[in-house]
Design a protein around this ligand. Structure first.
Ligand code: CO
Length: 132
């Protein structure tokens, strides 16, 4: 079962300069910044109510986000939905013929377990699933 929209992630080239419009113009506050080595990204978290915007900067030239920036430029990278049972959700999606990038949950940001669903099965939008 889907519980809520956990976050919306934007791919950016440079985190510090990308933060300016979100903090200075929109007035959002950065709650945390972290580097996730497994995904080769650095993330700034900007909470809004019980959801968040994440700005994601690649830390290597050959990471998934770096390739995304090369191909499509800066902008919306993925949306993340919180589910009650990540493993069960992946099994159900697979059974329904939905293409998964991750068939097994792995570590995402903030110590949460995550898995990605292929954008080809979701009308061009990369969907991340997380367990609360
Ligand atoms: Co995410």
């Amino acid at each position: 079962m889907i519980i809520k929209l956990d976050h919306i992630a934007m791919a950016v080239k440079d985190l510090e300069s990308a933060l300016k419009p979100y903090t200075e113009a929109l007035g959002l506050t950065v709650s945390k910044m972290e580097e996730i080595q497994g995904q080769q990204v650095r993330i700034a978290y900007l909470p809004i109510g019980d959801t968040e915007i994440e700005l994601v900067e690649p830390t290597t030239d050959d990471s998934g986000v770096a390739k995304f920036l090369e191909k499509r430029g800066e902008g919306l990278h993925h949306i993340c939905l919180e589910v009650d049972d990540l493993k069960a959700t992946l099994t159900r999606l697979k059974a329904q013929g939905v293409r998964l990038i991750d068939e097994e949950p792995h570590d995402g940001g903030k110590g949460k377990r995550i898995a990605f669903v292929h954008p080809r099965s979701m009308n061009g939008v990369l969907i991340e699933l997380t367990e609360g």
